[in-house]
Design a protein around this ligand. Structure first.
Ligand SMILES: [Zn+2]
Length: 401
């Protein structure tokens, strides 16, 4: 059996949430136990103690109040593989708590209701006819009414957006966001939403939320090191090293999306040649296709034309796919990660050009290109809405005192 490796502490959850039922009694020390059961499923006390670097005595002491409160239950008897003794694995009661997740884009919202294990119970999407914070809050309150029932009433809600939280001098103050796609500058949303929906609400950057969700309940489960890249209206990037997300502000992310892959490449709106955004942002792809076709086009048209063999669209999408591969290899080379999750609606455009993604990786990772493991998420917003619900789950389970 490998030596015990204590799980690294979780980064701070997005914001404080009020006590919710019996969960409010979960001590800070017991939260890693809940997280471990939630993410990795039922476990014997011996295994839990080993994974968390605790003595079995401490583990029993921590889990006793959880089982007494009915938050954690014992399953049927099994024989402990470590010592052969009969034991009853512990598990979290996941189906009793529900969470609402909402991902905002510039013109639509995507919503999901999940249980505590992020299993989706209901989902929907609606147009955003107005994007003022008041109008968006009212729309989310309406979605909460329409999407949940008395049996699935959410205990917390998470909302994610393509924006960055401003640095806070007071850690207790609600975060304030800048969200260019919504035209928001210095906007407080979580308290406004909590008042409007009657549900404790946390707000987080959408790419950060997606990376956390992949770590807890997705392709990156069990990984301590991986990177997430997203392509669409903007380029998103999140890096997890040693089990913690590397902090990044809006300036860092802007620099990432304008990192130059090829100084002879296409031009972005800021005048760089060959930056990641110049190849991969939806705006760049549409502009390049429109230039070649001498008319405006939609993303769907570009994808369909490329599939039909149109030389202009193929010659726009092939370099875009190459750029994704080159960006992945660049991150791998500089940050020493080999596991990647790729997501975003822009993947619809380059889905047919997988060979070019591979070529981009080979061009920038000369001898070891086969070692990168890339998982691609479905290019729709369902996973983003689920990730927004996970933001609420994380805040709920890791609740700051
Ligand atoms: Zn640029």
């Amino acid at each position: 059996m490998p030596p015990a490796t204590p799980t690294p502490p979780e980064p701070a959850a997005p914001g404080p949430l009020p006590l919710v039922g019996a969960w409010g009694t979960v001590s800070r020390a017991a939260r890693p136990v809940v997280r471990e059961l939630l993410v990795n499923g039922p476990s014997t006390r011996t295994d839990l103690a080993r994974v968390l670097g605790l003595s079995t005595g401490s583990l029993t002491r921590l889990t006793k109040p959880l089982t007494a409160a009915g938050l954690v239950v014992e399953g049927g008897t099994v024989h402990d593989p470590a010592n052969g003794r009969p034991t009853r694995p512990l598990d979290v009661v996941a189906a009793d708590h529900h969470f609402l997740g909402v991902k905002l884009t510039s013109d639509r919202l995507y919503a999901a209701v999940t249980d505590l294990r992020a299993r989706v119970i209901a989902e929907t999407s609606e147009p955003l006819d107005a994007t003022t914070p008041e109008a968006v809050s009212a729309r989310i309150a309406g979605v909460r009414e329409r999407l949940t029932t008395a049996d699935t009433a959410p205990v917390a809600a998470g909302v994610t957006l393509g924006g960055a939280a401003r640095p806070r001098s007071d850690p207790d103050a609600a975060p304030r966001f800048d969200a260019p796609f919504l035209g928001w500058v210095d906007i407080e949303l979580s308290e406004r939403l909590t008042r409007r929906t009657g549900v404790p609400c946390v707000v987080e950057n959408d790419v950060t939320a997606l990376a956390h969700a992949q770590r807890w309940f997705g392709a990156a489960r069990g990984l301590t090191d991986f990177a997430l890249l997203t392509v669409g209206a903007g380029i998103g990037y999140a890096l997890v090293r040693h089990g913690r997300m590397v902090p990044a502000d809006a300036v860092d992310l802007r620099e990432f999306s304008h990192h130059v892959l090829d100084p002879g490449g296409p031009m972005c709106t800021e005048g760089h040649r060959g930056c990641i955004a110049s190849y991969l942002s939806t705006r760049s792809i549409l502009a390049a296709a429109a230039h070649g076709l001498r008319r405006g086009v939609t993303p769907e048209e570009v994808a369909a034309l490329a599939r039909a063999g149109d030389p202009v669209c193929r010659n726009v999408l092939r370099p875009a796919a190459w750029a994704l591969g080159a960006a992945l290899a660049t991150v791998a080379n500089l940050c020493m990660v080999k596991d990647f999750v790729v997501a975003g609606e822009g993947l619809v455009l380059i889905a047919a050009e997988e060979g070019c993604v591979e070529a981009g990786i080979r061009d920038r990772r000369h001898r070891d290109h086969g070692s990168l493991r890339v998982t691609t998420l479905a290019p729709d917003f369902g996973e983003w809405a689920r990730a927004a619900a996970v933001t609420a789950i994380r805040a709920f389970v890791l609740r700051e005192e």
